[in-house]
Design a binder for this molecule. Sequence first.
Ligand code: SF4
Ligand code: SF4
Ligand code: F3S
Length: 268
Amino acid sequence: AELANRVPLIWLHMAECTGCSESLIRADTPTVDTLIFDHISLEYHETLMAASGWQAEENLEHALKAYKGQYVLAVEGAVPTANNGAFLTVGCKGHTGMQIIDECAEGAAAIVSVGTCAAFGGVQAAKPNPTEARAVMEVTNKPVVNLGGCPPSEKNIVGTLMYFIMFGKLPPLDMFNRPRWAYGARVHDNCERRGRFDAGEFVETFGDAGAKEGYCLYKVGCKGPYTYNNCPTERFNHHTSWPVLAGHGCMGCSEPHFWDTMADFEKP
Ligand code: SF4
Ligand code: SF4
Ligand code: F3S
């Protein structure tokens, strides 16, 4: 009853940078306060909750029991598995990330990997991956929705949560378990510089005359032709901008293993 039709949300931090949480709090449709007060009950989130220490852990234990089978589990960050998970321990009891994922995945109604770290291992899993960091879907047998992006936009996070809240099921997914409504189109196909690409107008070096004219960034490493995400149409920070509009080009951040396969930015 105390939930008043709100869906309980448990949000875990594994090995990560908290950029995905930064993205979440920039939500504007709905805003994060509307989300928290009207649609979800945020039971646990280490950077947003008021509780700390033992009280925080009690909140988590309570939520796992009281809302078993009802809560959405969001995970930010990869899960180190080397040395039995010892590279990541969280909380007063010193539980490893692997133990915490096990415990929290058990009663989850849905699991959402928020960001490329949780979805595909991210920077932690880049070569040589000394902590043997793994994606959440690699350490649990339960189905996981992957929100690729480093970070994913606030729209892709909130939109996926709202889909579950409104329809009681997960949205249709692509071959990497990413929601198709958000990751169904290629960055290159919706890019405002695509006309420049088609016309053969390329930036040759950063800061050249073509860069000032808004030419295509392919020759300085843009990975938009190989990347599926809605950045050109949805943008970030209240629809303000996105990498290509800012003049940098896409690094392929929503794709698996992009740190190893796409991030060599100056040499496409
Ligand atoms: Fe940070 Fe990127 Fe990992 Fe999100 S996906 S936690 S922004 S490194
Ligand atoms: Fe494609 Fe990148 Fe050029 Fe845009 S800037 S048209 S995404 S290659
Ligand atoms: Fe990432 Fe490329 Fe979008 S770097 S934020 S997928 S434009």
